[in-house]
Design a binder for this molecule. Sequence first.
Ligand SMILES: [Zn+2]
Length: 233
Amino acid sequence: MPAISPNKPYRVGRSRTGLGLFATKPIKKGAKIVRYFGPLLDSKKKKDDAIENKYLFELNNRWTIDGSVRKNIARYINHACKPNAESDVSPRKRKVVIRAIKNIEPGDEINYDYGTDYFKAYLKPIGCKCDACEKKRKKQRAEARAEKARLKARAEKKALRKAEKQAAKAREKRKQKLGQKGKPGEKLNGKPKPVNGKRLNGHGAKSAAGKVASAKSGILLQARPSRESRASA
Ligand SMILES: [Zn+2]
């Protein structure tokens, strides 16, 4: 770990991605935190242009700061998509200062946005590990889990409905079979069939009595004409 004066409001410490810069004192919004410095590289010089590392800070088309030197404490500051600091660039002065854009509390990690080019080249391929992106991933994972659970519950409900339908169908089939085999006029629930019921009580008895009465009257009718025929004769 690099030696940092205790007067400074930060220290180097362990972060999610390795090392990072953390506030040790409150840092006010707008305050300068640390300068990003190192040798200036001139893109017009072949030797300078050939240098490649993760700490190159491009000021403009021509000038780039090589921040890979150990003394450059700012190189410990990690990227964040929703940072609490920014890189304040003065291309004319060829100077970069990291400045707070929010009030930073002791213990907070200091971050700034490295910019689109760096993000595309170094962070996108491995996945950005900043708080905002981790939160986003967590939320997406939770949503995916919830969606999976929802689909599973729906499938289970569907299977249950299907099983109930099949059971009802089987019950109906069994009922029909028993109905064909059983005594006529008898249903499974014990109630007699209405047609047979009519014969066994009420109208059935009346019609039977009617038959007897008509038979009796037939006798009378048969007797009467003989008397009449006798009288007419
Ligand atoms: Zn991010």
